[in-house]
Design a protein around this ligand. Structure first.
Ligand code: TYM
Length: 331
């Protein structure tokens, strides 16, 4: 196996629709902060996105928009490798091999499969079921050590590790065993309308989700409408999933203030005042990203150049791993 100077980080995000505050705090912000210390590889998982029916033209546009958006969020294509999953064919090739080394029983236990097949009863396709094998391929192709993800993806990283372990014990040392990196804070940002549920880009109630590209008025409106409980003090209650806990976590992630500092700052101030400050903090964070995005999305040449270069680098690395695997299994 190749020895690398820095530990390798891989993560990906689906480019369907617009990225949310949850994606930002649970993943992208942490990706951004890892670029100096690690050899970082990030992807837009467009092959995963088609497990749910997409409109082709919209998908193409969303890929370009999300590519520009994540660069605007601080992903630096000069520092890391940021590419589009379907452009590197080794992902699908390894996914097939891993399909043949994954048990139906373990795939049936995936909570995302159970949730998504309830949501999309008209299209419970095989891709939705074997989704974790493609995700394992993404991770294992790059000899990944760490996978920074939100809490909802932890189970998928664990199955990737199990598949790798089984493969290694059958064919000898082939894969590095990846570890999930879950942030201490912000690993699961909840819906603003239902704090029992994850904030999600596909929620039917638009007020439940803040998108990175939401304009200030909309952010203020959504935060004002966020559910809070009947009490009125800004206090974090351990082990509870309340609306106020969720807002405190969001505010803490953005301002880097501790819960105690937040409680002191808003003592006797009431929810209305606190919500204004939360909205202001989000607006401040996202407005500079939005300005960068507006410039980048017009610079098609730059985006194309970055994509081409990262596809080249990723393909080179992935094909080395794939040859190693072909050799092991006798292909
Ligand atoms: P996706 O596109 O659903 O989400 C991308 C990242 O955002 C995190 N996230 C959240 N974090 C906190 N609070 C939330 N409400 C929230 N919503 C989403 C997710 O945990 C994730 O880290 N299958 C993956 C994409 C993928 C991938 C991979 C990830 C494909 N291949 C390989 C890691 C490694 C997905 O659908 O993420």
């Amino acid at each position: 196996m190749i020895k690398y100077k820095k530990k390798i980080v891989f993560s990906a995000i689906q480019p369907s629709g617009n990225a949310t505050l949850g994606n930002y705090l649970g993943a992208i912000k942490n990706w951004r902060d890892m670029q100096d210390e690690y050899d970082c590889i990030f992807a837009l998982a467009d092959l995963h996105a088609i497990t749910v029916r997409q409109k082709p033209k919209e998908l193409k546009e969303n890929v370009i928009r999300n590519y520009a958006l994540f660069i605007a969020c601080g992903i630096e294509p000069e520092k890391c490798n940021f590419f589009i999953q379907s452009h590197v064919t080794a992902h699908s090739q390894l996914a097939w091999i891993l399909n043949c080394h994954t048990q139906i029983g373990e795939l049936s236990r995936m909570t995302q499969f159970k949730d998504k097949s309830k949501q999309h009863t008209e299209n419970i396709n095989a891709g939705l079921f074997t989704y974790p094998c493609l995700m394992a391929a993404d991770i294992l192709l790059y000899d990944t050590n760490f996978v920074p993800v939100g809490r909802d993806q932890k189970q998928h990283v664990e199955i990737a590790r199990n598949i790798a372990q089984r493969f290694n014990s059958t064919y000898g040392e082939t894969f590095i065993l990846p570890e999930p990196l879950i942030p201490k804070l912000g690993a699961k940002i909840m819906s603003l309308k239902n704090p029992e549920k994850k904030m999600s880009k596909s929620s039917l109630d638009e007020d439940s989700t803040i998108f990175i590209l939401d304009k200030p008025d909309l952010i203020i409106k959504k935060i004002k409408r966020a559910v809070t409980d009947s009490e009125s003090s800004v206090k974090f209650t351990e082990n509870e999933t309340t609306g106020i806990n969720n807002l405190i976590v969001i505010y803490s992630c953005i301002t880097n203030k501790t819960f105690l500092e937040i409680e002191i700052e808003f003592e006797n101030k009431g929810y209305g005042f606190f919500k204004n400050k939360v909205a202001e903090a989000i607006i401040e964070k996202f407005s500079s990203i939005q300005k960068k995005f507006d410039l980048l999305i017009k610079d098609k040449d730059f985006l194309e150049k970055c994509q081409k270069e990262s596809t080249r680098k990723a393909s080179e690395k992935a094909s080395i791993t794939l040859s190693r695997i072909y050799e092991k299994i006798g292909l």
